[in-house]
Design a protein. Sequence first.
Length: 184
Amino acid sequence: MDLRTRLLLTVFAATAAAAVGAERSLPPEDAGRAEFVGDVQVPVNAAAAAVGAWLAAEFDLPPAPLPAIRLSSPAAMAALYRGGATLADGTDARRVVALYDQRQATIHLPEGWTGTGAVEMSMLVHEMVHHLQASAGWEPGCPAEVEALAYEAQARWLALFGQDLTRALAIDPLFLRLLGICGF
C-alpha cells in the first residue's frame, strides 16, 4: 500500500473515530441530505469525501461535489429502474442493493446500511465511482462498461482490508471478467 493510500485511510479512520457518539443517523429516502450513518455514527459526508479523495488518487478521477446519500428500500431502488425491469447489463433491478441516481445526483444505499465494515463501505465506494464518472461527463460505450471501474474500485477497497470481492459479496468471478465488454 503506497503512502498516499495509507494517508487517505488514516484520515478516513480519524474522521470515523471522531464521530463516535454523535446523535443523528442517516435519514430515510424521503428525508433531507444525510449527515451521519448508523451505529458508529460515521459522518457520511466525511466518509463520502474521504472515499472520493481515495478514488481520485487511486483511479485518477476528477473530484466532484458530494452527492446526496439516502437509505432506500429495495422497492424504491427497483422503482428507479422502471419497476424491476432487467437492466441493460442483465441484472434484475430487484437484486440491486445500492445505486446511483444520476438525474438526482443521489446515492441510494440499502436500509440498514451502517458503513461499519469494509464490505458496507465498499458499497459507498462503488456508487461514488458512478457519481464521479457522471460528474466528469464520462460517456460509456454501453451500460455494462460503467460497472467495470466501479467493481474494480470496490475490489481494491476490499483488498486494503484483506478481503476478496468475489467472496465478500458472493460475486461470480466470470461476471467480473465480462464487465465492460459491450455487446456481450
